[in-house]
Write a protein that binds this ligand. Structure first.
Ligand code: ATP
Length: 577
């Protein structure tokens, strides 16, 4: 844990300086304690004046100890502040490179907590916890070693007591750790449920569900309460075991000192001095026990930080030169792609398809067939388990993520808008675009009528996650972004589902008119959208069961034709050749 924390700070030189000063400080403390033995022995001897040089030694050691403690504190602060600066950057950098599929709601809550509080917690850990912990770990061993020179049997007993006491501490910590991790998990789940409760209020109130009894949040509260009680309860046996070990060590050391006194190997003054040293020998273990809960927290914080920093990142495959898209290649090619959310279950089970430049492919299929998953794989929100996704001639895993994203215009069902102006939200599609280009994209995406209606026009803030806009309006902002980006491959997930027919027609027209060379892959439910596609791919249970043009698939009279007729009946729609 100590090394992990120092590594996170990323400043090797500062860590070495800190470790050296800390070692020096611990040696000086041990030396000061052990100097009590000759000092007291001289003081109670026939010539008490002999104690004077030892008082000078003690004073020098104490003064040097203070000075080194001061330097250790300074070095600890330097590392702590370095870590505070460094960690947030490392976490944000990693979060931007983690596949989107990693972000379950539990991990999102964890990441939020990690980003907002870990830097401070670890900085405080270094400045307030690390120094006393290392001191407390090293001091007894040094005192034990020093006692070997005073009276070797006593030194041996002290050195034997070190693993015994550390073992007792470890055992009580182990119980606490188990209880702590279930408490942590229960707290994380509760935090998630609270967010869910806030978000699902409309649905819950509509259903008349206002109490917590028998609900997910009620169960999460009960679990957290039980975990808290277990955490408190498990502290007690730990304390008992540690208390017993401390008493046993104290008794063993005191008995050895007295035996040495009785046998004449130590004089009375030396026995008194040694007993004082023995008491100081036990003290660091008590300090460790007191620090244990805080150290436990620090361990939890480190685990949360590493859960993010060690998460898989979307890095391009290592190579000498940057992979750039090929103009002559197909816009998209899936080669026997397999992928599953759960091990052993393929959501996408061997999909192959090609989308040529300048063409539109409609992906059609029943709910749960894997259509959205397929789009997520193309955008590399997840990595395929087997097979490959090629965008403009290269495997998506070989691209630098920024280059890959530059190739894709994405309009998904879930449109994320930032709490910024409408203008800024559209501009996100291409931050380098001119004002005229931004306005043109907005007009093509049928945003003008919204802009006129909003109180501050373009400058109106759209609210957190775009809540002040309707679903169809949010989708139009997303389409405007995609138009502005004008990427060679457009991925649309039922992008027009929330639009009325007039808007849809205008937007599809705009999408088709810009970028003649652009390829489009669209998850389509509307018959009009399917009918316009150059190629239709019918997906079922993660497999392409039929593909071809509309006339070809209707002539085949298979799964797609059945699906088409069903929807025609539902929509009162008939295709006239
Ligand atoms: P729809 O038309 O209803 O949107 P779809 O064809 O787009 O469906 P997907 O959303 O790709 O289907 O889902 C395919 C399967 O994968 C479904 O069984 C779904 O429950 C499952 N699935 C989707 N996302 C996840 C996820 N994040 N974790 C686990 N399973 C998932």
């Amino acid at each position: 844990m100590i090394f992990q924390t120092l590594r996170l700070a990323g400043d090797r030189g500062a860590a070495v300086r800190y470790a050296s000063l800390l070692t020096l400080s611990t040696i000086l403390r041990a030396g000061a304690m052990l100097s009590l033995v000759p000092l007291l022995s001289a003081l109670f001897s026939a010539t008490p004046a002999d104690a004077l040089p030892w008082i000078a030694v003690l004073a020098a050691l104490v003064a040097a100890g203070w000075a080194s403690d001061y330097a250790v504190t300074g070095a600890g602060f330097a590392i702590g502040f370095g870590l505070l600066n460094n960690l947030e950057t490392q976490i944000v950098d990693r979060l931007q490179r983690i596949p989107l599929g990693w972000f379950t709601s539990e991990r999102r809550t964890g990441a939020q907590r990690t980003l907002t509080s870990s830097g401070r917690e670890l900085c405080q850990g270094i400045t307030h916890l690390l120094t006393p912990t290392v001191n407390a770990l090293a001091l007894p061993a040094l005192i034990g070693a020093g006692l070997l020179f005073v009276a070797w049997p006593l030194g041996l007993v002290a050195l034997a007591a070190v693993p015994l006491l550390l073992g007792a501490l470890w055992l009580s910590g182990r119980w606490l750790r188990a209880a702590d991790s279930s408490y942590d998990a229960a707290s994380g789940e509760l935090a998630q449920r609270v967010i869910e409760l806030a978000q699902s209020q409309p649905a819950l109130r509509t259903a008349g569900r206002t109490g917590v009894e028998g609900t997910a949040i009620g169960r999460a509260l009960t679990r957290q309460r039980k975990a808290a009680l277990r955490l408190i309860g498990l502290g007690i046996p730990g304390q008992l075991v540690f208390g017993f070990a401390t008493q046993a060590a104290l008794l063993g050391l005191a008995a050895t000192a007295v035996t040495l006194g009785v046998s004449g190997e130590l004089n009375a003054a030396e026995v008194v001095a040694v007993i004082i040293v023995i008491v100081r020998f036990i003290e660091p273990f008590t300090t460790l026990a007191d620090l244990s809960p805080a150290l436990q927290n620090m361990r939890g914080t480190l685990a949360r930080v590493h859960a993010i920093l060690d998460a898989p990142a979307l890095d391009p495959a290592q190579g000498d030169e940057e992979i750039l898209p090929r103009r002559d290649a197909a816009a998209l090619e899936l080669r026997d792609v397999h992928f599953g959310y759960e091990p052993g279950h393929d959501t996408i089970a061997g999909v192959s398809l090609t989308v040529e430049r300048g063409t539109t492919t409609a992906v059609v299929g029943p709910s749960g067939a894997g259509k959205s998953t397929l789009l997520a794989l193309i955008a590399r929100f997840h990595d395929v388990a087997a097979g490959a996704v090629h965008v403009r001639g290269h495997d998506v895993r070989h691209y630098d993520p920024a280059v890959l994203m530059g190739q894709l215009g994405i309009v998904f069902q879930d449109v994320y808008l930032f709490d910024a102006s409408l203008y800024d939200n559209v501009r996100l599609g291409n931050p380098a675009a001119t004002e005229d280009e931004i306005r043109a994209a907005a007009t093509a995406a049928q945003l003008d009528e919204i802009i006129v209606r909003l109180p501050n026009g373009w400058e109106t803030r759209v609210g957190e996650r775009g809540t002040s806009l309707s679903g169809g309006e949010r989708q139009r902002v997303s389409i405007a972004r995609a138009l502005l980006k004008n990427a060679p491959l457009l991925l649309l997930d039922e992008a027009t589902a929330a639009l009325d027919t007039n808007n849809e027609r205008a937007i599809i027209g705009a999408l088709e008119s810009t970028g003649q060379d652009r390829a489009t892959l669209i998850i389509a439910h509307r018959l009009s959208t399917i009918a316009r596609a150059d190629q239709i791919v019918f997906l079922e249970a993660g497999r392409v069961v039929e593909s071809g043009t509309l006339p070809e698939l209707l002539a085949l009279n298979g799964r797609f034709a059945g699906y088409w007729r069903q929807r025609e009946q539902a929509a009162g729609w008939t295709l006239v050749p």
